[in-house]
Write a protein that binds this ligand. Structure first.
Ligand SMILES: [Zn+2]
Ligand SMILES: [Zn+2]
Length: 277
């Protein structure tokens, strides 16, 4: 269905390096990158412009807007969020979303990837502080930094990836500011680790688009949800744990039920509201 299509990429920061190849290999699709498209109005990483919607809403809105602005039938957009991992203590995480929009057929497919493979972090330094260990940890050089004046929350420099330049910038800015925050530049072209995650996600999105609904033939089959409740192994009551994974069509009501990824068919009594209230 998507063979040979032209897709507009509603993203800056050279993300086509991560996205083009999977789409070319699967669909012989061409990715176009507008040179004048300002995605910053949807919010920036560095917090200069705050995001209005959730990342999920934004990644769909960006792609739709690009379709309309540039008269394309198909668009891709990507959004990353960085912070503490929601489940793993003390680990930083990168949560990436990628959307594909087929505006004629009103098809919206969003895939996501959550990973601890990220250098996301920051260090606040004063003039005499040593920061060599931090530079090593965030793979400075291949990966860039943002310098921010703490307190005023002003960005002093972006995309810094040479040590001489970094030392020079710090020296001159410490004349004016007491504390400077070194923070990882998460823009894809400054962050090969993130670029790799985006590539992995593009591969995932391609395989979603190749799956077609058995009932209505719509591509993008496999939206994941869960249903049902596992029963307690001791008393047979319903627990909080879900029973099935459900793959859904994005258009019609067709669903496929799969077992849980962990293979559980009964719940441990510790999750049971009766055995362990
Ligand atoms: Zn029970
Ligand atoms: Zn369907």
């Amino acid at each position: 269905m998507y063979n040979g299509i032209n897709i507009i990429l509603a993203s800056k920061h050279k993300k086509e390096q991560a996205i083009q190849q999977p789409f070319e290999e699967a669909f012989n699709a061409k990715i176009f990158v507008p040179h004048d498209y300002d995605t910053d109005k949807f919010g920036t990483f560095t917090g200069e412009i705050p995001r209005e919607g959730t990342a999920y809403e934004t990644v769909i809105a960006k792609a739709k807007q690009a379709c309309i602005s540039y008269h394309f039938d198909y668009a891709i957009a990507n959004e990353g969020s960085f912070g503490p991992h929601p489940a793993i203590y003390f680990a930083a995480s990168d949560i990436e979303l990628m959307s594909f929009i087929d505006i004629q057929n009103d098809i919206v497919v969003v895939e996501s990837e959550i990973t601890t493979e990220t250098n996301y972090g920051h260090l606040d330094i004063k003039i005499s502080d040593n920061y060599d260990e931090f530079l090593e940890k965030i793979k400075f050089g291949s990966h860039g930094l943002i310098l921010r004046a703490l307190g005023e929350n002003r960005i002093l420099a972006k995309g810094v990836n040479e040590v001489d330049n970094l030392r020079h910038l710090l020296k001159s800015n410490f004349r004016q500011y007491q504390t400077i925050r070194l923070e990882t530049d998460m823009r894809a072209m400054m962050n090969p680790t993130r670029m790799k995650v985006i590539n992995k996600l593009a591969v995932k999105l391609v395989s979603r688009l190749k799956q077609v609904c058995k009932q209505c033939n719509t591509p993008g089959f496999g939206k994941v949800s869960v249903s049902g409740r596992l029963l307690c192994e001791d008393c047979g009551s319903e627990t909080e744990l879900y029973q099935h994974r459900v793959l859904e069509c994005i258009k019609c009501n067709y669903q496929e039920y799969l077992p849980r990824a962990d293979g559980l068919t009964k719940s441990d009594s510790k999750y049971c509201p009766y055995c362990n209230p």
